[in-house]
Write a protein that binds this ligand. Structure first.
Ligand SMILES: C[S@@+](CC[C@H](N)C(=O)[O-])C[C@H]1O[C@@H](n2cnc3c(N)ncnc32)[C@H](O)[C@@H]1O
Length: 241
């Protein structure tokens, strides 16, 4: 039997100290903070960060971490939090959970959240696939955002792309009926893969849309545009069974 995917596969080591080999949708980047990231982390992590290890508690309850019960939006791979801060600020009635395994990105997000002054966001550094599978109930999401997921452009790395049929089925099952999954990518062949995968998922309906005007231009979007790539926005809606 395949062992269940762990919450923190990026932190797993073998008994003799080597990195555990896992197919991850992200790369294991450095975790060193810049001085301003360190300052933001020290000042704000207690207010906004859900520590990785608390998700192991069988009694873990997300509403306790938000301090209220509100419709939940999840962002997968929030990076440095550009979209998170702006979109959360205009949705005070929603709780926004940003899942990002790259700790310097989480720290930069804290800087942005503090600048904008939002209180409806929490960050967590565990694997988003694991989180959705284990901690988000069926029909539990009011919206899902996936902006510029790691493109894994080499063919031999395509298996690491987040948007696969298995993940699409999981994500669709977590969306409430009528809730939207918003995606964006600057890689044309990944956009095609997303459309192919999401069109095939029976619980989803949708496709490419005009650029979502509310979505701020993020670091990865800027990089893609500077390299001459065009951006595809997608919007899929959960349909009833
Ligand atoms: C290419 S960056 C895009 C960041 C941001 N959305 C933007 O537009 O600038 C993708 C991010 O997703 C994160 N990521 C990828 N797979 C993830 C997963 N399974 N769980 C949590 N974070 C993930 C990576 O660490 C990375 O920071």
């Amino acid at each position: 039997m395949t062992p269940a995917r762990p919450a923190r596969p990026h932190l797993r080591f073998t008994d003799d100290g080597r990195r555990m080999r896992e197919v991850l949708s992200y790369s294991r980047r450095g975790s060193r903070f810049t001085p301003s990231q360190q300052a933001a982390w020290d000042e704000h992590h207690q207010a906004w960060v859900i520590p990785d290890d608390v998700v192991d508690d069988p009694a873990f309850d997300l509403t306790n971490w938000f301090g209220r019960s509100a419709p939940l939006i999840v962002e997968i791979g929030s990076g440095v939090g550009e979209a998170t801060a702006a979109l959360a600020a205009s949705r005070p009635a929603y709780d926004v959970l940003a899942l990002e395994v790259w700790r310097p990105g989480m720290a930069s997000t804290l800087e942005r959240l503090a600048a904008v002054g939002v209180d409806n966001v929490r960050l967590c550094g565990v694997d988003a696939v694991w989180f959705l599978e284990h901690l988000v109930p069926a029909d539990g999401l009011a919206q899902l955002w996936t902006f510029f997921p790691d493109p894994w452009p080499k063919t031999r790395h395509h298996k690491r792309r987040l948007v696969t049929p298995a993940f699409a089925a999981l994500a669709a099952s977590r969306l409430a009926v009528d809730a939207e999954w918003r995606l964006a990518t600057d890689w044309a062949d990944y956009a095609e893969q997303m459309v192919e995968v999401l069109d095939t998922e029976p619980l989803l309906e949708g496709g490419p849309v005009e650029r979502w005007v509310e979505r701020p231009v993020t670091k990865f979007e800027r990089k893609g545009l500077a390299a001459g790539r065009s951006i595809t926005d997608l919007c899929y809606r959960r349909v009833s069974r």
